[in-house]
Design a protein around this ligand. Sequence first.
Ligand code: ZN
Length: 281
Amino acid sequence: MPDRLPTDVCLLCKQNLADKRASHIIPKFMTKGMLKPSRPGGGNQGFIMGTYGKRRFAVVQDTPKQDYLFCTRCEARFEKVETYTARKFFSRFRNPAFRTEFPVDNRSYYDSNNADIMRLVNVSRGMMRLLVYSILWRASVCSLEMYKHFTLGPEVEEILRTELDSVLTDTEPGTLAVCDTYSNSEPTFPYVMLASAAKTDETGNMIATFNLENGRALILANEFMMQVFLDGQVSPSASGFNIRAQCPEVGLFSPAYWRSFVGRIARTAAEHRAGNMGLDA
Ligand SMILES: [Zn+2]
C-alpha cells in the first residue's frame, strides 16, 4: 500500500487534509511497559516486540506510527478518549489505592473458567467502547507494514468510521456528554478486553493483530488483549462482552492462563509470519 501524502484527505472526517504526522495506532500509554532502557540506568529508548516462540525480537524506538492518516483535529479527538481512559482506568487498575473502583466478580467468562470479570464502576462505557473501536479501526485503515494483514473489511471500516466521526468531539466533556446517550446504545459490535490478573515480566512485550476465522478481530497490545465480534455472535446475557452491563467490564485471566494464552498467540504468529497477522517491527 502506498504511503500517505499530506495532500490526502483525513481518513476519519474525510474533510480536512491529513496534516498530522506520526499518528500512533495503539496509544502510547498502552505500550509503555514495553519500553526498555538501552543501558542500565539509562532512559527508555526502545521497545521489544517479537514472539516468544522464535525468540525473534526487534528493538525499536517507538511503536509503529504513520504520517498523514488524519487531520490535526481528528488526532486530537482520539486523544481525548485516550487521555480519559488512561487517567480513569489504565493508570489506576493495578494500584491498590483504587481497588474500590475496580471490583472483581468471580464468575466464569465465555470459553474459560479461568477469567474473572473486573467492573470499571467509575469509567464511562462509551469511552471504553470508543477506545477499543478506535484502535481496531486505526489498525485496519493504516498502511503500516506490521498491520498490513489486519483488516476489518471496507464495510465494517465505514460503519466504525461513521460512528467514531459522529461521537468523538473536540473536548473530553463534550465526548462524555455524547456518551451519556451513546453508552446506553446497543454496541454495534460486542467487544471484550482481557488482561492478566497480575502483572509479571512475561505479561506483555508483544503487539500482534489477527483476523480470526470466526468473525473476530483481535489485537494483543502488550498487557491487553482486545477482541471485536464482527458478526455479533455472542450470547447477549454473557458477561464480559460489554453489551448491557452497567459499566465497562474487563476479563482477568490468571497469570498462568494469560501466559499460555499469549504463548498460543505468539506460536500462531510465528507459524504464520507471512500470513494473517502483524508482528514486531
Ligand atoms: Zn479529520
